[in-house]
Design a binder for this molecule. Structure first.
Ligand SMILES: NC(=O)C1=CN([C@@H]2O[C@H](COP(=O)(O)OP(=O)(O)OC[C@H]3O[C@@H](n4cnc5c(N)ncnc54)[C@H](OP(=O)(O)O)[C@@H]3O)[C@@H](O)[C@H]2O)C=CC1
Ligand SMILES: O=C(O)[C@@H]1CCC=N1
Length: 257
């Protein structure tokens, strides 16, 4: 299985690094194309067996999978300037907000296409990766699921849920980081050194996530365990709601759709 990755930025670069650390595709079978050399040099330094090029067409020659990792507004021109073979090749795209119908207009309705939305934790193999398929067999879906499962948690969803799920996971990681940033600032105001505060808050967020993931419980149940009647936590929780915390999160998620 040979993969060409077009675009070596945050997503393309992290996916290339993630794939070579997994078991599904060998480094020699990955070719990454990017117009400038800095990110390609970094990939070569990470693993010299990864092939790199400045030429998109050269990258996709002999590729079974062409993975598009350019900005959404470049998708059309990049696809129009390569000879993608929809009979032999599978298109995988990470471009957010570009529907299957847009790709069909360029490469035809018979093509097999996957829309894949990771988040930036893919660089640590801790991504939540959403996968939607078009014209794919069950075997092809399973391969994509297995490939991205090695870089975190991958889920197959319908394209109709892609925008909402992208808001929760891919944009959502920024909201979690925003919470961490704000909490660290509170800690600093209360006299804790920033590095210590960041470690405390980040580990607390990780612990909260693990409680839900490992116990398959509900956030309200876990919150109830923390909250002593007349105690400290309820004072802060009520302050959050007076300031519109839940409403702000819901509005943020919906705005990111
Ligand atoms: N960042 C994120 O959290 C997520 C991003 N996405 C999607 O991933 C895609 C890429 O985003 P991201 O990785 O963050 O962006 P980056 O800007 O980090 O990466 C894009 C890469 O594409 C390269 N590029 C530009 N033009 C071309 C071209 N004509 N041919 C080949 N490569 C080209 C750029 O090279 P150079 O810098 O040299 O110009 C750059 O390395 C977007 O469509 C985005 O919607 C999806 C989920 C999450
Ligand atoms: O902000 C964005 O548009 C990209 C897509 C999802 C996460 N980052």
């Amino acid at each position: 299985m040979k993969i060409a990755i077009i675009g070596a930025g945050n997503m393309g670069g992290a996916i290339a690094r993630g794939i070579v650390q997994g078991s599904k595709v060998k480094a020699v079978d990955i070719t990454v194309a990017n117009p400038s050399n800095g990110k390609l040099d970094a990939l070569k330094a990470f693993n010299p067996e990864i092939n790199v090029t400045n030429n998109n067409q050269e990258a996709i020659e002999n590729a079974d999978i062409v993975l598009l990792a350019v900005k959404p507004w470049l998708v059309k021109s990049v696809l129009e300037n390569i000879s993608f073979d929809a009979k032999k090749q599978i298109l995988v795209t990470v471009a957010a907000g570009v529907a299957f119908t847009e790709y069909c207009k360029i490469i035809g309705e018979s093509a097999t296409i996957f829309r894949v939305i990771p988040n930036t934790a893919i660089s640590l193999l801790e991504s939540t990766t959403l996968i939607a398929s078009y014209n794919a067999s069950k075997e092809q879906e399973q391969f994509m699921l297995d490939l991205f499962d090695e870089m975190g948690l991958a889920m197959i969803i319908n394209e109709s849920q892609m925008s909402a799920a992208t808001a929760l996971t891919s944009c959502g990681i920024a909201y979690v980081l925003k919470y961490i940033h704000a909490a660290v600032e509170a800690g600093v105001e209360m006299g804790i050194y920033p590095k210590d505060a960041q470690k405390m808050v980040a580990q607390s967020v990780k612990g909260a996530a693990e409680l839900l993931l490992q116990n398959d419980t509900h956030p309200a149940i876990e919150i109830d365990k923390v909250t002593t009647p007349g105690g400290l936590t309820i004072k802060g929780l009520n302050e959050l709601e007076h300031a519109g915390f839940s409403s702000a999160i819901i509005r943020a998620m919906k705005a990111s759709r």
